[in-house]
Design a protein around this ligand. Sequence first.
Ligand SMILES: Cc1ncc(COP(=O)(O)O)c(C=O)c1O
Ligand SMILES: [Zn+2]
Length: 437
Amino acid sequence: MSAPTVEPTTAPAAAPADTAPAPDPRLREGAFGNATALACRECGHQVALGPFYACPECFGPLEVAYDFPAVTREQIEAGPRNIWRYKALLPVPDDIEQSPNTEPGFTRLLEARNLAAELGLDKLWVKDDSTNPTNSFKDRVVACALSAARELDAKVFACPSTGNLANAVAAAGARAGMKTVVFIPSNLEKPKQVNSAVYTDKLVAVDGNYDDVNKLASEIAGEEEGWAFVNVNVRPFYAEGSKTLGYEIAEQLGWRLPDQVVIPVASGSQLTKVRKAFQELVALGLVEDKPVRIFGAQATGCSPVSTAYKAGVDAIRPVKPDTIAKSLAIGNPADGIYVLDICRETGGAVEDISDDEVREGILLLARTEGIFTETAGGTTVGVLKKLVETGQLDTSLETVVINTGMGLKTLDAVADRVGPAATIAPSYSAFVASGIV
Ligand SMILES: Cc1ncc(COP(=O)(O)O)c(C=O)c1O
Ligand SMILES: [Zn+2]
């Protein structure tokens, strides 16, 4: 990106947490709210807030650090019914609602009695993010990335995507009046392609898998001026949007943390940020501390994190994805090692299921709770089932499963499995003869 850039190398080496590098004077005051710096997840080195995502010392991932003010439940509850109710905890300005941006979030947390009974769980909720503006949780991360792109004066809003992110970026970019370019693998499901192309005439289909598309995006980000790739050079800001999933779950449970959460894993960003959200709520005194077991869900055809988890190793070996769960098809997940750490540390697990089980997961959620999820949700629900069957999940504990996307985007996954039970003539006798009820 061109302006304003802050050279990460000018930050003092290994700056302690209480001396954040000075913000770039070209940035608007309060551009990133209560965020103070970008801190390396590996070595703690801090750099000034800007379009940086890798630590200049050790190349570890940078993430947003804050100096939070005292925030009360009442202040949050008085906010809008979308993610901006948590703006004090996000890297966004206080006047975020003044300029066009999306208003995702505060999606329903549905008590899933039928699914719980079917699986033999005492208490289960579905956090249903399929009702966001472009029908996936990606609207949350994009809303934060859009704010950062604006404050950094980006000329082009862009992303490499497994589908849902492209939809969210294209829609948000249109609303913000920004030039928007989205890159997808050319074999992506048609509905996801259409769901981006309606908002932008700059949908670029790349002959390759997501990891190839991501590599191309990183090259463009390095070569071109003024591009904000939401999940590349402004990734630290983007990733913070996923925290709102964690905040909402706690608030909607009556300011309590659940005992267990099952979360789909592609890059692994979402899972790590839901954990960060729970930790922040505890640190701020907004919820009581308690153990929360965190489980990751993958499809076997792209399960590098689950494979490492099961092998008991720390390194993630990249894979070439081959699964119907295309939105989770990231063979080289940026946050994979952190997912491993979190799932192990919290007493959770990472599990994977076959494509057939993904389809069954979709039908199970639809027929028990009336929620039509996409293949990512089929993966998550299918993994929940497997975790119960294999005794990895405690059925007596309160569990939340996150549905991150909408089934209409991946209709083909189940189209062959369902259809009319009978085709009959329009007569009462034909109906009786069909024996349908
Ligand atoms: C519907 C859906 N669920 C889950 C994910 C996984 O997100 P993450 O990359 O944060 O692990 C994606 C990623 O594209 C997605 O589209
Ligand atoms: Zn570092």
